[in-house]
Ligand binder design. Sequence first.
Ligand code: Q46
Ligand code: ZN
Length: 340
Amino acid sequence: MEMRRHNAAFCAPCFVHYTRQQVRKAIEDFEMFRPTDRVLVAVSGGKDSLGLWDLLLDLDYQVDGLYLGLGIGEYSSESREFARAFARRRDANLVEIDLPEAYGYDIPTGAVAARRAPCSACGLSKRHLFNKAAMDGGYDVVATGHNLDDEAAVLFGNVLRWNTEYLGRQLPVLPASPGFVRKVKPLVRLDEREMAAYCVVRGIDYIVEECPMADGNRHLGYKDSLNAVEERSPGSKQAFYFEFLAKASDLFRPLAIASQEGGLSSCVRCGSPTTGEVCAFCSLVERAVSLGPTRRRAAGDGAPVPDATAPDAPVPGATAPDAIAPDAMAPGAAAVAAGP
Ligand code: Q46
Ligand code: ZN
């Protein structure tokens, strides 16, 4: 495995060692969690989340997986099988939540209901349900498989638009606060190619297809742009992200904190912290369920629906559609922020 940004090449065993070291270093440098903490890894069935679960198990952390069924046609049923197969193989515990079963809507319907891109409805649902599952299960921290490419692309998008509030919150660790568990990204020192190679070397089967809802996702365009820069100048992506953390991130912190001032109350439906009376997630559920079964069936076949990308009429409590929330809870997600 050749890594131009490190000017190095590793054989398979050394590559696995390198990968573990990078994760160990990220966990320690950013004080993500300790061996006594209970960690819940959000698994999508893809290379990053399954690779992360594997790495944390091998590093002897107390870690369970969480799979959220999004109701995105075959993509969801296949990705669930990859998550289950991994859990069986490693004899690990997988917590499962099925969005249509538990809440009566799927992501295509949620997008119609919110009149936003599917990834917005998806990010909002994931953020709420990952946090809820961790709180309900007594976990100390939620870990997601965001890798260096994901974080650099989110940073790039937020810099292009100078989303200062989000720049102040783009950290590998979001500390716990009342009603919210800590959120961490232990793969920030590894890129996509390295995670794919890690899974191949370790014999981890993962879903290779992209989510069909990702088409047109702005985030993917940012990744392509950064890859073009990286190709000509290896190490640029890593420098962009880590130099931001070292030199600029703190400058934006007060803006992020100021945006959250004004106080949070409890959602009258679910009790989650929210700036309004009803949280953005409960509003989304209410709208999606009220669309009725016909519309839900039509939207639930995995095909993007005609008005899913309409930028107007946001879900109450959500923010601008252009903004990329740094704490979106899944790799590749370009989500709206809803509350802290
Ligand atoms: S699952 Fe969800 Fe992603 Fe699909 S709808 Fe978008 S955010 S692309 S990681
Ligand atoms: Zn609520």
